[in-house]
Design a protein. Structure first.
Lengths: 384, 248
């Protein structure tokens, strides 16, 4: 794994140990089986328990709720290692941690925390996050899913789409409008009127479950609303957490592609020499290593800003935008270096490349992050 | 049952190794160090012995400040205490074994576990030297272990087969791959391990018995061989892969 500027030396013992542990887990448990799951379009559900036992869900949340209580460098390194295996596995952990456990911890009542966090941390419960709708993707503020106040609680109606873990989930954090204001609701599996059919036919993130969530007059008890937040900043603050993890995660995919490329280039002989000996191949390998190195340091610094409490959402946008783009470029170049072999599932390249197409789009498209940064720099919004 | 597990820090198998300018030592610059993979089996076995019989697991290493990292791994996996024999220099196996034997005498464990070999210098020497220094039985290459009362039954890997051996406690065991399936340290336990103290012990006053004269990287030239398709030649390919390349 590339570490050209010895980032390792800047890590603490615990950070290194977390990385090493997750790396070994991924090498032993994920990489040998993942291609098979990607081919079959199935999520390796049997990994949920071992991932939970390792402490991968809600890594930064306090130990009193059954979580690991580690810092953000550890969180990032863990995401990087998971995504070195597969973006789908990392997505599972991101959703569980940043999009479900984080809002319950941050905006939930003490009862919500005590009820859900230990179960989500131990993998006894799986969560999902419903924001995107068929007609509202980049513009979630326009959502039509809505809740109406009733005597004993709320009546929820509407539909969500593209929801990771939806079909598997025991608990869905659903964002819906109540009197025109976005609120977070906890919708539990089996509630009358709630269904979560899986979406099929994906060419990307095939080892991850993506679903629709359908709400038809779902009756929610009064206590199933998150009391601590109102407005779009609720879901957006969760996305900042998840995007932070993605910024690290995609470095893992890029590393897997780089490692495979370097190996392949050194052993593949054409015109009587290894293809690594051609300048055009070297240029590609140099691009890969340079961009991976820059991305690593961007993330490392971002982690420290996050731990200090000074990280800005725009900084996360910059990291997510940059790192997804370079990771996808690296995956495509890697495919070129592998020639025809690059399209086979004997190598991880095509899987990473296809996965990264989703990762570049979800959690704010590349374009949306450009506009967020553009607005921050110029003071002029260019969304509408 | 008190267990002492001895572990060492080795370069990551994927690290590119170079020789220092002195021509006799490994250049540590830019090398990533990890817990010796065979030692993971030793730690796991130690933890299983404690889980079955009670007692404590102490993990020990000989090395510099940076070697504390592998002790943290052992603590995070569940070792009760950790100790280091501080030595920044690389010593010969005799000094390492003498230092470990000193500590073993002071804590008198019932079993001492090692990995079968340290994958850096491959001396295969320390476990048997420690056993000899203590006057204890030693079983190497152990792929299955049963302890009952004061007797130990171990299966060891021998060329092309297995051998079953019996000995009595206290004894020294060197773990082979397959002995168990080592657990991963849990992330919350990594945090807890941070606050545990690592005790320090002096190295033995024993004198070095061997000196390194020269260290070289292997020749990487490829030896190409072309074989025909007859059964005989296929047998020859299998034999060479097994005996020379040692990859099957
Ligand atoms: C595999 C997968 C898993 C997902 N998981 C989840 C999940 O768990 N929960 C969840 O809520 N959502 C999830 N999503 C949804 C994801 O967040 C959305 O797909 C994403 O926000 C983009 O929305 P959209 O697909 O509707 O694209 P659109 O918003 O329709 O955008 C289409 C294109 O138009 C561009 N565009 C849109 N507006 C502008 C503008 N103003 N200026 C310039 N360009 C613009 C976009 O950048 C994009 O290129 C997932 C998506 C995928 C693919």
């Amino acid at each position: 794994m590339p570490d050209y500027f010895n980032l390792d030396a800047l890590l603490t013992d615990e950070e290194r140990l977390v990385q090493q542990t997750v790396k070994e887990f991924v090498d032993r448990e994920v990489i040998p089986i993942i291609e098979h799951h990607a081919r079959d379009g199935t999520f390796p559900l049997h990994l949920v328990k071992p991932m939970a036992d390792l402490g991968l869900f809600g890594i930064t949340l306090p130990q009193e709720y059954g979580c690991a209580g580690l810092n953000n460098v550890c969180y990032g390194l863990a995401m990087q290692e998971l995504e070195r295996g597969d973006s789908g596995i990392r997505s599972f952990a991101s959703v569980q941690s940043s999009l479900v456990m984080y809002p319950i911890y941050t905006y939930g009542s003490e009862d919500h925390r005590r009820k859900w966090l230990p179960r989500l941390a131990s993998g006894d419960a799986i969560g999902c996050f419903g924001l995107t709708e068929p007609d509202y993707g980049s513009n979630p503020g326009g959502m039509v899913t809505n809740a109406k106040k009733t005597d004993g609680g709320f009546l929820l109606n509407g539909a969500k789409m593209w929801i990771t873990n939806g079909t598997l989930a025991d608990i869905a954090v659903v964002w819906a409008k109540l009197d025109g204001v976005v609120r977070g609701f906890l919708v539990e599996k089996g509630m009358k009127g709630f269904s979560a059919p899986e979406m099929k036919g994906k060419h990307s993130l095939r080892a991850s479950v993506t679903s629709e969530l359908v709400f038809q007059d779902v009756e929610l008890p009064e206590e199933n609303v998150l009391p601590g937040i109102e407005g779009l900043k609720g879901p957006l603050s969760c996305l900042t957490q998840a995007r932070y993890g993605i910024s690290w995660g995609v470095i893992g995919s890029a590393m897997a592609c780089y490692d495979s490329s370097l190996n392949y280039a050194q052993s593949r002989i054409q015109f009587d020499r290894p293809i690594a000996g051609f300048q055009l191949t070297q240029e590609k390998l140099v691009y890969m290593l340079t961009e991976i190195t820059k991305a690593q340091f961007l993330c490392w610094r971002l982690a420290h800003l996050k731990d200090e409490g000074t990280m800005l959402p725009q900084q996360v946008s910059l990291a997510k935008r940059n790192n997804c783009e370079i990771a996808l470029n690296i995956a495509r170049m890697s495919r070129e270096i592998h020639g025809a072999n690059g399209i086979l599932d004997e190598y991880p390249i095509m899987r990473h490349s296809a996965n990264l197409e989703s990762v570049k789009t979800y959690e704010g498209t590349h374009e949306m992050h450009t506009l967020i940064l553009g607005q921050d720099i110029t003071g002029i919004q260019a969304f509408t | 049952m008190n267990v002492l597990v001895c572990i060492s820090q080795v370069p990551d198998t994927t690290t590119k190794i170079t020789v220092s300018p002195d021509g006799k030592s490994m250049n540590p610059q830019g090398v990533k160090f990890i817990l010796n993979p065979y030692d993971e089996f030793a730690i796991e076995e130690g933890l299983r012995i404690r889980e079955k019989f009670g007692g404590t697991v102490t993990t020990l290493t000989v090395g510099g400040e940076s070697a504390k990292e592998i002790l943290r791994t052992a603590l995070a996996m569940g070792s009760d205490t950790a100790a280091i024999i501080k030595d920044e220099e690389r010593q010969d196996s005799y000094i390492v074994a003498s230092s470990i034997a000193d500590v073993a005498r002071s804590i008198s464990p019932d079993v001492i576990l090692f990995g079968r070999q340290s994958i850096d210098f491959d001396s295969f020497a320390v476990p048997s030297m420690v056993a000899e220094l203590l006057g204890w039985p030693n079983i190497s290459m152990v792929s299955s272990l049963t302890i009952e009362d004061h007797s130990v039954t171990a299966e060891r890997d021998i060329e092309g087969g297995k051998e079953t051996i019996e000995a009595t406690l206290p004894c020294v065991i060197a773990a082979q791959k397959g002995l168990n399936d080592p657990r991963y340290p849990k992330l919350p336990d990594i945090m807890k391990a941070k606050s545990k103290t690592i005790s320090e012990h002096p190295k033995s006053s024993a004198v070095r018995r061997v000196n390194v004269l020269d260290m070289k990287l292997p020749d990487t030239k490829r030896l190409n061989k072309i074989f025909g398709e007859s059964d005989q030649e296929l047998d020859e390919v299998v034999r060479l892969l097994h005996e020379e390349a040692k990859i099957i």
